[in-house]
Structures are given as C-alpha cells and as structure tokens.
Design a protein around this ligand. Structure first.
Ligand code: DGL
Length: 274
C-alpha cells in the first residue's frame, strides 16, 4: 500500500476544523488531510445539484490523494450530497473507499440527550430544507419531536470574523428566539453546522440555562473511533504516522491566518484546484 493513506476531512471552508480538532484528539496516531473548499464557500444557500457537484469533486480529490475514508465534516454536504455519493457514485465505481457524514452520528444520540422529548436544530438553510435531521432522528427515535431553525447569516458572520462583535448579537438572538418560539419544551439544541461552535458564548447567553447546546466534534470523533473498530478492512488501510496536512481551494496564506479562530494551533496549508 502507498505509505500515506490518510483519512480525509472535508468542509466547505473553515467549519470542519472544529470537527477535525476533536477527531485528531481522539485518534492521534492516524494520518489526516483536511480540505476546505473556501473558494466556493458558503455552501449553505446553494442548490442540491451544486452542493452535490462540489462535494463529489472534493471526494474524488481525496481519493486521488490515497484516502481510503473521507469524512464530510460539513452538514450541508452531508445533507445534500452524501446519500447520492454513497448509493450512486461509490456503488458504480465499486471502490473499496468509503465516505461518511456528520448528521447520522449526531442524530443517533439526539434522543438520548433530551428529557422532554423535544429537540431543536440550528443549521444552514440547505441542511434545514433537506429535512435530513428530522428524517434521521425519526428513524432512531420516532417519539422525539424536532423543531428546526435556519440561521443563514451566521456562517457569513463567522467567516468574516464578526461573530464576537456586538453586531452579531442581533442575528444570534433573532434565530434563537425563532427556535424557542416554536416550543417551550425544547431542552436540547443541536448545532447542526460545524461553524456554530464559534458562537457558543453568545448562544449560551441567549438560551435559557436549562437548555443544553450540543456541538458535533466529540460526537463525530467517537463515532469514527467505533466505525474503525467495526471496519478493520478500512482501518487496516489507514496509515498511522500522526501526519496532518491542510489544503484549501482559495488563498492559502489567508486560510492559515483565518483558521486560527477554528483550530487554535498554527496551520500551514497548500492551495489546490479541484
Ligand atoms: N460548515 C458547513 C455546515 O456544517 C456549512 C457552511 C457553509 O454554508 O458553507 O453545514
């Protein structure tokens, strides 16, 4: 086998770095490559066809880099492209490589977290309209009631590093209030977009204290650990030298500077064209 067979971690931009951070903490021995499609982000308001096409191009790029496994650490890609890639593209090419998303691991445990049986989802417009969270939670916990709220302005605020400023409060409160107005019984809120952990301080301030806010990083990392244990045929193909490399489809200097908000340790990325 080639000496480097890293696990690929994909996001439309920076948000997936919040998931990568938890994955690397949980699986420190593995090799990883991260790709942010910054040149074409945000994905949140784009059509199904566009998100599918962009995500498929990214997956092909990861496979060309030797990745046996790719994690779509982007809810929008997981919601709009994952199923077609798994059921159509991977099946047609008969590749042994696999692609996983972040919605299933999160929905698998959503019902265990809520005592009232009412769960809120905050996500991009695309993820909300896809109904992926509602449908997946129903599969695992048919009795759970799900309330959704799209937050289309949060990703642009975060990508422009305006999320900690006073200007962000208006839009944070607006979407939080819109979710809370749907039911007074919600006790668990899933952050269904990898960017949103950066808003945690502000979200905590606008949600009542009894409501738990759930970010995905650790959930996805735990689920990946289990997946690799249950799939030795994939685990055996993943190289393990603790290597970590970063790629972006836009300016790499800009990516390195900006990524510190999301990853906390210095990043040196390379630019690629998909
Ligand atoms: N971070 C992505 C997600 O988890 C979306 C960001 C975007 O709109 O591109 O959905």
């Amino acid at each position: 086998m080639p000496s480097s067979q890293p696990i690929g971690v994909f996001d439309s931009g920076y948000g997936g770095l919040t998931v990568l951070k938890s994955i690397v903490e949980k699986l420190p021995g593995y090799d990883f490559i991260y790709l942010g499609d910054n040149a074409r982000a945000p994905y949140g308001n784009r059509s199904f066809e566009t998100v599918y096409q962009y995500t498929r191009e990214a997956v092909e790029w990861f496979f060309s880099k030797g990745c046996p496994l790719v994690i779509l650490a982007c809810n929008t890609s997981s919601a709009k492209a994952l199923r077609t890639i798994q059921q159509q593209d991977l099946a047609a090419s008969a590749t042994p490589n696999r692609v996983l998303g972040v919605i299933r691991p999160t929905t698998e445990i959503a019902g265990l977290l809520s005592k009232t049986g009412q769960v809120g989802i905050l996500a991009t417009q695309g993820t909300i309209l896809s109904q992926s969270y509602v449908l997946e939670i129903k599969k695992f916990f048919p009795e759970i009631k799900v309330f959704q709220q799209a937050c289309p302005l949060w990703v642009p605020l975060i990508e422009n590093n305006e999320h900690q400023g006073a200007g962000a409060d208006y839009f944070v409160k607006k979407y939080v209030d819109a979710l809370l107005a749907q039911s007074a019984q919600i006790d668990t809120v899933l952050l269904g977009c990898t960017h949103y952990p950066l808003l945690l301080d502000k979200l905590r301030a606008y949600f009542p204290a009894h409501i738990q806010l759930v970010a995905q990083g650790e959930i996805v990392a735990e689920s990946l650990l289990k997946y690799l244990k249950n799939h030795p045929e994939i685990d055996g193909r993943c190289s393990k030298h603790s290597d970590l490399s970063f790629y972006t489809t836009d300016d790499n200097i800009d990516f390195d500077r900006h990524s510190s908000y999301f990853y906390k340790s210095a990043i040196r990325s390379e630019r690629v064209f998909l």
